[in-house]
Design a protein around this ligand. Structure first.
Ligand code: IP8
Length: 267
């Protein structure tokens, strides 16, 4: 076992993002087994997928408080992401992993959509007991906007700053970061290694449109987060979580099809 890792499982692989509340149990079970087999120390973060984004978008929760009708959306989306989290937690425990869930709504406060308070000691204490903390994209209180969306990617950045893990891993539904959106451009090329300069120039080229609803902005938003993580000296891996064993191989330091950003400690 090497140092600690922070892993995000994207909502696009654990749910069907086009249909509300669709949990992909088999995918989560396979990933849970890969995590178990890797025997690595991990903080797990998961996205909201179709348990969060569809209704968060309908109630415009990403804009913060605008009217009272949104309050119904706040409670429903919080309930739904907790439901997804419970499905994931059950699957992890069934795979033999000692895992506990930590709800951002109870430990995070934002100001203007940025995390300004987060009780991270809990994570450390559970890790110290050999228990894997599991947290997720959620609706949280915001000191300026009353409430906001706190994405799993924001949690990744905050936790990376606090814990300086060996590496962070983003499990997505594509093989890594491409020169263009691979779902619309067949000439798109996978970047095996990327630095912040390259990522910066890609962001300048603009956002490609996606059919799927993701109000925290799929790969585009992820690149911003990865650049921030890189600035604190933590390397990231973006890989395809739909492909068998890629997560396990990345966790155990093996060569795997992915994009690596920044230096990965111990490799
Ligand atoms: O799926 C978004 O988190 P993400 C959370 O990690 C909600 O972007 C509630 C939409």
């Amino acid at each position: 076992m090497s140092g600690m890792h922070i892993v995000k499982i994207g909502g696009s692989i654990i749910t069907d993002k086009t249909k509300p509340l669709t949990f992909k149990k088999a995918v989560v079970m396979r990933l849970a087994r890969e995590i178990k087999e890797s025997n690595e120390e991990i903080i797990l973060v998961h996205g909201a997928g179709s348990f969060g984004h569809i209704f968060a978008d309908r109630y415009k929760l990403h804009e913060g408080y605008k009217n009272d009708e949104q309050i119904e959306g706040v409670v429903k989306v919080q309930r739904d992401v907790k439901t997804l989290n419970m499905l994931i937690l059950n699957t992890l425990i069934d795979a033999g992993i000692n895992a506990v869930s930590i709800s951002p709504s109870a430990i995070v406060k934002c100001r203007d959509k940025k995390i300004v308070e987060m009780e991270t000691k809990l994570f450390k204490d559970y890790l110290g007991m050999g228990i894997m903390p599991v947290t997720f994209g959620d609706v949280v209180l915001d000191k300026k906007l009353k409430f906001c969306i706190c994405s799993g990617d924001q949690l990744m950045l905050h936790l990376a700053k606090k814990f300086k893990p060996e590496k962070v891993i983003f499990c997505t539904d594509v093989d890594g970061i491409f020169t263009f959106d691979p779902s619309v451009d067949k000439n798109a090329r996978l970047l095996e290694n990327a630095d912040t300069d390259l990522l910066k120039s890609m962001l300048k080229m603009g956002k490609s449109k996606s059919e799927k609803i993701d109000i925290t902005g799929e790969m585009f938003g992820k690149i911003n987060t990865i650049m921030e993580i890189s600035k604190i000296g933590v390397g990231s891996i973006v890989l395809n979580g739909n492909k068998k064993n890629r997560l396990k191989e990345a966790l155990t330091g093996q060569a795997v099809k992915c994009t690596r950003i920044g230096g990965i400690k111990g490799e």
